[in-house]
Design a protein around this ligand. Structure first.
Ligand code: LAC
Ligand code: ZN
Length: 461
């Protein structure tokens, strides 16, 4: 059913007029994410608490109105896009850090908290929340939880799901549920928390999050180096692990990405096939020791321009080169398809080689960068939409990449989610039985299919 004035009136009563928007100008601020696709919602609401969301959902459930939760709009798979219109729930006003408990090492936060703000708040207390995606200054914790965001520290610290101890959520029918708490251990009933984390806002609307914190590592050491051969770089990476060192991050960028970063940041990088950044953290002595070993491994494997950051400022400069990969490629101004592929870590160079081979003789440019330590690479296919040939080959290539990844035992998404961009390819990785089970789970939460429709399954352009 479409929204009508009677329903909007009810929203005014629940939320107050100041939290309900129907004018086109405002709606346009909520119609996109980092995929740069646009879908206009019919109405945007900015609730202030879970009770209001519950009341709104009861109305939407009864009237079968589509609802899409939305965080910082930095997603790369379209997870927060209202592809079928309806209501967008923005968490702008549910952005409070309710508590940082330094005795239990936990925090309670609302989903609209900006990741970087939370990072800062815990750091000030000498604590640490490892999940910190590249989009940290804009993305919200709720979005990170919904997408089970990865980030650069996953090699050592795991991904977002490893830090979520408790969740409060509103079901599509308006009922409020709570699972978990501050406990490190809890096996009561099914692990609904794990199910909701990474469910891309399709099962329930997360309204409160309890996270686990760690003590802030006292020290970090960041190194950067460049290789002429990606396979050698992979052997270098494997060797770090063989020396029983688990770095905090191992990041890479190929030549095309490096060139884009050079242009975007107006800097000069060494001529090479690939850049590898390695960071270790922990206590000072062990960091120094590990950094020394890693430095000699860079050298042993023939890397050039190897540098160990002298101080925090220099470390941040190394990180900027890597963090700016995505905006630098976007700045090239071409149409893009993006894939967020994972393969077992050591197969990464074989896969990158395959990617470039498949793109040979195509009127298309393909760049790769990402998290070498996780075998997680972001593939950016750049083309001109206006050319039918390029459009067709870009889409064919994307599909081939997914097929090759799965052949290697990989996955079609490591950290960006399936959303709408990877939805047409879900059956490359999952079989009929698996998809059937996922659909039953969706139905158990959302029998009318009103919550975040068109995601993960059956998306059609
Ligand atoms: C990154 C984002 C795009 O790794 O996932 O920079
Ligand atoms: Zn990434």
């Amino acid at each position: 059913m479409k929204l009508n004035s009677e329903i909007i009136e009810k929203f005014y009563n629940i939320l107050g007029k100041e939290n309900v928007f129907t004018d086109r100008e405002t709606l346009k601020h909520f119609d996109y994410d980092a995929t740069e696709r646009h879908f206009l919602p019919d109405i945007v609401i900015t609730p202030e608490n879970s009770k209001q969301i519950s009341e709104v959902m009861k109305i939407c459930y009864e009237n079968e109105i589509y609802v899409t939760p939305q965080g910082g709009k930095t997603g790369l798979s379209g997870g927060c896009l209202p592809v079928k219109g309806g209501v967008v729930i923005s968490f702008k006003k549910m952005n409070k850090i309710i508590e940082i408990d330094d005795k239990n090492l936990t925090a309670i936060i609302e989903p609209g908290v900006i990741s970087a703000d939370f990072q800062k708040a815990v750091k000030e207390k000498g604590l640490f929340f490892p999940p910190d995606p590249s989009s940290t200054v804009e993305s919200t914790i709720g979005g990170n939880v919904a997408e089970n965001a990865g980030y650069t520290r996953a090699v050592k610290y795991g991904v977002t799901k490893d830090y979520i101890l408790g969740i409060e959520a509103v079901l599509p029918n308006g009922k409020i549920v709570k699972f978990g708490g501050k406990n490190i251990k809890d096996v009561t009933g099914y692990d609904v928390i794990r199910l909701l984390v990474g469910s891309e806002g399709t099962l329930a609307i997360i309204t409160k999050i309890i996270v686990k914190l760690l003590p802030l590592p006292e020290y970090r050491k960041t190194l950067i180096g460049y290789f002429d051969n990606m396979k050698v770089a992979a052997d270098f990476v494997a060797n770090i692990f063989q020396h029983r060192i688990i770095p905090t991050a191992i990041e890479f960028m190929d030549k095309i990405t490096m060139n884009a970063v050079e242009n975007y940041l107006n800097i000069k990088l060494p001529e090479a096939e690939t850049m590898i950044l390695v960071e270790v953290d922990g206590n000072k002595a062990s960091c120094e020791e590990d950094a020394e070993k890693i430095f000699s491994l860079y050298k042993k494997f023939g890397a050039k321009d190897v540098k160990v950051a002298k101080d925090e400022k220099e470390a941040d400069r190394f990180w900027t080169i890597r963090r700016e990969a995505l905006p630098s490629l976007k700045a090239k101004g071409l149409d893009q398809l993006e894939a967020d592929i994972v393969v077992p870590r050591y197969f990464l160079p074989d896969f990158v080689e395959k990617i470039h081979k498949l793109a040979e003789n195509q009127p298309i440019e393909v760049a790769t960068y990402g998290h070498a330590g996780d075998g997680n690479l972001h593939v950016t296919i750049m083309y001109h939409k206006s050319s039918f040939d390029e459009l067709v080959s870009a889409n064919e290539l994307l599909k081939k990449y997914y097929i090759e990844a799965v052949k290697l035992g990989g996955s079609i998404s490591g950290e960006h989610g399936i959303g709408i961009t990877a939805a047409p390819y879900l059956n490359i990785q999952l079989g009929e039985n698996e998809i059937e089970l996922l659909k039953k789970i969706k139905k158990a939460f959302d029998e009318k299919g009103i919550l975040n429709p068109g995601k993960i399954f059956d998306y059609e352009e």
